[in-house]
Design a protein around this ligand. Structure first.
Ligand code: UD1
Length: 358
């Protein structure tokens, strides 16, 4: 059996790593890794392959940054040619990026089976490009691998019932696999003490491209930085907009985007996380760290249970400051349940794909 394992953006390298590890153990499956090139900076791409031991992609489509329709169509055009040449049985797509949707369309129109990993996730905010990518990919997929019970229920509501499997979360597989192995020196490098800093990330288009929201977030976090260190691994687009809108951020400690190892080390030792990333919300939950999500809604409502994660809408400065200051003063005792599986999702996924009969 031949499988295309399609990746393109930072979170997909993390999700594909446990699947690739699992395929390596299986002599009956040949894996072809295809990288769309949606992310191409060393910090957003190559470092993850090295650290997570993912084989070098057989194909890199080198699509680069474009407006969304151009990016999606360029990936489809290039991928269709590879599918024609390699004749795989399956394509595995992850999450909700433009690469995910392009992979699902190319797979569908080339007549191969599509497996969607992280299926059934919904924010119910159609202004997010990711939400549209998720819904369309789920419609096109032959097998839908859900990370949580809520995700399977979301699909039921949309009348998608066939070939839906609750397998747990591949990001938890990776977290569990690496959490003890990773010991980066990043705390020393940044002169940080345990539980004495906040880990901040912002990259969503709806937070970065809207001046009011970006300036609200940076203004409030910059104020908080007077009382606790703020470490901000900054996405290239976010940095571009901070400069473009001339937003003041003199107290925040900016660093380049971090490798998985460094980010997980910072996460394990921080006081709390403030983010708009879906992946980091989950990783904070896995690490039993308090999270403040700088958005109106989340596609991971499971993390809101026990107030481990708190929504912080970015439109109101007073409210953002209030939430951040309250969280920074409290010592939280984080409770979690095994909401995201046992860390063996990849194993389940590969077993189901192998036995799948149309
Ligand atoms: C993409 C995903 C998002 C995911 C995120 C993880 C979509 C619609 N969004 O968002 O779901 O959470 O990846 O990081 O697919 N850029 C660089 N170097 C790079 C890549 C991007 O400088 O290697 C800059 C470019 O200015 C580019 C911008 O970042 O235009 C946005 O990149 P893009 O890949 O379109 O989306 P992300 O914001 O990274």
């Amino acid at each position: 059996m031949k499988i295309i394992n399609l990746v393109g953006a930072r979170p997909q390298f993390i999700k594909a790593a446990p699947i690739s590890r699992e395929i390596k153990k299986n002599k009956r499956i040949k894996e072809i890794i295809v990288h769309s090139g949606q992310h191409y900076n060393k910090e957003l791409s190559k470092n993850f392959f090295l650290e997570l031991n993912i084989p070098t992609p057989k194909y890199n489509l080198n699509v680069g940054s474009h407006d969304h329709p151009t990016q999606i169509s360029k990936i489809i055009l290039k991928l269709v040619k590879i599918i024609k040449y390699e004749k795989p049985d399956w394509i595995i797509v992850y999450g909700d990026t433009n690469t995910t949707l392009a992979g699902a369309i190319a797979g569908n129109r080339s007549g191969i089976k599509i497996a969607h990993v992280e299926s059934g996730i919904r924010s119910y905010n159609n202004d997010m490009p990711e939400e549209i990518n998720r819904v369309l990919t789920d419609r096109l997929s032959n097998v839908l691998f859900c990370p949580t019970i809520k995700a399977t229920n979301n699909l039921k509501k949309e009348n998608i019932k066939d070939n839906v499997y609750l397998v747990g979360d591949v990001m938890f597989d990776n977290f569990k696999y690496y959490i003890k192995k990773f010991n980066s020196n990043i705390l020393n490098e940044l002169k940080l003490k345990k539980n004495n800093y906040v880990l901040l990330t912002i990259h969503r288009s709806q937070n970065t491209e809207i001046e009011k929201r970006l300036s609200n977030i940076i203004y409030c976090v910059n104020n908080l930085a007077k009382s606790i260190k703020i470490i901000f691994p900054v996405h290239p687009r976010t940095l571009k907009y901070i400069k473009y809108f001339k937003i003041k951020s003199d107290k925040i400690i900016f660093v380049n985007p971090l490798s998985y190892k460094k980010l997980i080390t910072l996460l394990k030792n921080c006081k709390f996380v403030a983010t708009d990333s879906g992946g980091l919300q989950k990783e904070a939950f896995f690490a039993k760290k308090q999270c403040v999500t700088l958005r109106n809604e989340t596609e991971w409502p499971e993390t809101l249970e026990f107030n481990n994660n708190i929504l912080c809408p970015p439109d109101n400065r007073k409210n953002i400051s209030l939430i951040l200051s309250k969280i920074s003063k409290k010592n939280y005792n984080i409770k979690t349940k095994k909401t995201f599986g046992n860390g063996n999702s990849a194993k389940k996924i590969i077993k189901i794909i192998e036995k799948f009969k149309t």
